[in-house]
Design a protein around this ligand. Structure first.
Ligand SMILES: Cc1cc2nc3c(=O)[nH]c(=O)nc-3n(C[C@H](O)[C@H](O)[C@H](O)COP(=O)(O)OP(=O)(O)OC[C@H]3O[C@@H](n4cnc5c(N)ncnc54)[C@H](O)[C@@H]3O)c2cc1C
Length: 493
């Protein structure tokens, strides 16, 4: 593959693909995914995208206010302004590209309500909005002559060259290199650093680990969102999400005694922001000494539920639960990362020519807690902005001049021992879940430092397992370093 591109985009989620489609036809682009292109968190998105498309009963200022409230006012207001004012046009662009958002009989896009939103503003495609979007984006990008696709290819290194980058890629057990003038990291989240997560298998924080190694600023990695209502099946590591929209449509949350309790913790009840509902469940769990919780939406018409939530209906049926008749067992799990590679309003990282967009980035939009359905919007808006900025620079003649390529890494080495990833996952699950356990921080930090050191110092065979273990260790360590520093400074964790 030893070729040179104007832009290499790592990631085929919404951020990577939508970004790729913003460039003009003269820009030659490589888009890389470490598994098949559709496997991403984007494809899993259910609820939809938040955007103010109808100003008769809504306003971007209200969307901003809801985002600030959910984020505990720790957001970057300028980033939110960009999000809420520019985002609607990006959503309409998706529709132009062929994404079939649900509409009423007059063709008007339907909007639903989700937790934390003061208006109905979530547009959706049934309950598999993410797949509806990524299918179209993948098909559109694959038709473009200026975009090359490489799937099942794992980026394991990014090295700054004179005026660009060389990326190391592992594909089919072989190592190759590709050069580029600009690089956009759109590598998604970190869910796999937890034992239970809603995230897909690709979510191992590779882009964040690569950026950190290059010296890019990483911010607020400990701002992690736990979704209150993932389907509670002990045998699944990737937990299936029972979307906020189910509560938006009226589902109630019950404890092990069949009692509603969400209003005991917050006046917004089941529709309070995710962190509030997750906290309520954990506190109620301590109170009842039980981890058995349920969502109940059986008072709605079965035909409505089957039509509105076809995927959730089918997935629950696979687990023996008929949501039209049965209560759905739920419990919180890791869902989203608010922090990440720090970027400015044009998605520029602290390293010249390196950009980041989507869940791996930190724009400041989400603050301490993401408002539901704001992340697909963020991925669209800021990946477009990254592309715009790069094209401006290229038009000014700022093409990259690459020096000599670094020596190719040899894939040979000693095999990685089993159990490392499991150990990292159980460390974070034990000490930094919904309600942190600071008393476990010192030992957890020490062990993560040992694991990280070993993974860096030992000449392990270059496999995807090893590369991802290294990313997980770097991410977990950064999270614990951050919370330990906060603890030492007497700040709220
Ligand atoms: C179950 C679920 C439901 C959700 N529902 C919603 C919702 O309704 N609304 C909403 O706004 N948000 C939702 N989210 C969040 C949202 O889907 C994600 O935040 C967003 O899609 C992230 O997009 P992304 O492009 O940044 O990353 P992803 O879509 O995760 O894509 C990451 C890409 O990076 C590639 N990659 C990673 N590392 C490497 C590497 N080392 N080498 C090569 N390629 C690499 C992967 O292969 C993948 O292609 C949901 C998330 C989940 C998990």
């Amino acid at each position: 593959m030893n070729k040179q591109y104007d832009v290499v985009i790592v990631g085929t989620g919404v951020a990577g693909l939508y970004g790729a489609l913003q460039f003009d036809d003269n820009t030659n682009i490589l888009v890389i995914s470490k598994r098949n292109a559709p496997l991403s968190n984007s494809s899993l998105a259910q609820g939809g995208i938040a955007a103010v498309l109808d100003r008769s009963n809504d306003d971007p200022r209200l969307h901003k206010e809801d985002t600030l409230i959910a984020g505990k006012y720790k957001n970057n207001p300028m980033a939110i302004d960009v999000l809420v004012t520019e985002g609607p046009a990006d959503v309409l662009k998706l529709r132009e590209l062929g994404v079939e958002f649900d509409t009423d009989e007059n063709g008007k896009m339907l909007s639903t309500l989700e937790a934390g939103h003061s208006r109905h503003r979530i547009v959706h495609h049934k309950d598999f909005t993410g797949k509806a979007i990524t299918d179209i984006l993948i098909a559109t990008a694959k038709k473009k002559k200026n975009i090359d696709f490489v799937e099942e290819a794992l980026v394991f290194s990014v090295d700054k060259a004179d005026n660009g980058f060389y990326l190391g890629i592992l594909k089919d057990g072989r190592v190759s290199q590709v050069g580029c003038s600009y690089c956009i990291l759109a590598t998604g989240g970190i869910g796999r650093v937890y034992k239970y997560t809603t995230n897909s298998a690709i979510a191992t924080g590779d882009g964040i680990a690569l950026a950190k190694k290059m010296g890019a600023t990483i911010k607020h990695l400990s701002r992690i969102q736990f979704h209150p209502t993932a389907f509670a099946a002990e045998h699944n590591r990737e937990r299936f999400l029972i979307s906020e929209a189910v509560r938006g449509e009226g589902a109630v949350l019950l404890n092990c005694n069949g009692q509603r309790f969400a209003f005991d913790y917050d006046v917004r009840g089941e529709l309070a922001p995710r962190d509030v509902v997750s906290n309520a469940i954990m506190l109620e769990s301590a109170k009842t000494s039980s981890e058995d919780f349920y969502l109940d939406i059986t008072d709605k018409q079965p035909s409505f539920l089957r039509n509105r939530f076809p995927m959730i209906y089918e997935r629950c049926l696979d687990e023996g639960i008929d949501i039209t008749r049965d209560r759905i067992p739920v419990f919180p799990c890791q869902h989203y990362l608010m922090g990440g590679i720090d970027v400015d309003l044009m998605a520029r990282t602290s390293i010249d020519r390196l950009y980041a967009a989507g869940e791996c980035s930190h724009t400041g939009v989400h603050g301490a807690n993401r408002l539901a359905s704001n992340s697909l919007l963020e991925a669209l808006v800021f990946s477009r902005r990254a592309a715009t900025d790069i094209m401006c620079r290229m038009q000014r003649g700022e093409q990259g001049t690459l020096g000599n390529a670094p020596q190719l890494t040899s894939p040979q080495g000693v095999p990685l021992h089993k159990g490392i990833r499991t150990e990292i996952r159980s460390i974070l699950q034990s000490c930094y879940f919904v309600i942190p356990k600071p008393e476990l921080f010192p030992d957890s930090l020490k062990r993560l430092q040992e694991i990280d050191k070993d993974l860096k110092a030992t000449n392990y065979e270059l496999t995807s397992d090893y590369i991802e273990a290294k990313s997980l260790a770097a991410v977990a360590l950064t999270i614990l370093e951050e919370v330990t520093a906060k603890q030492n400074a007497g700040e709220e964790i």
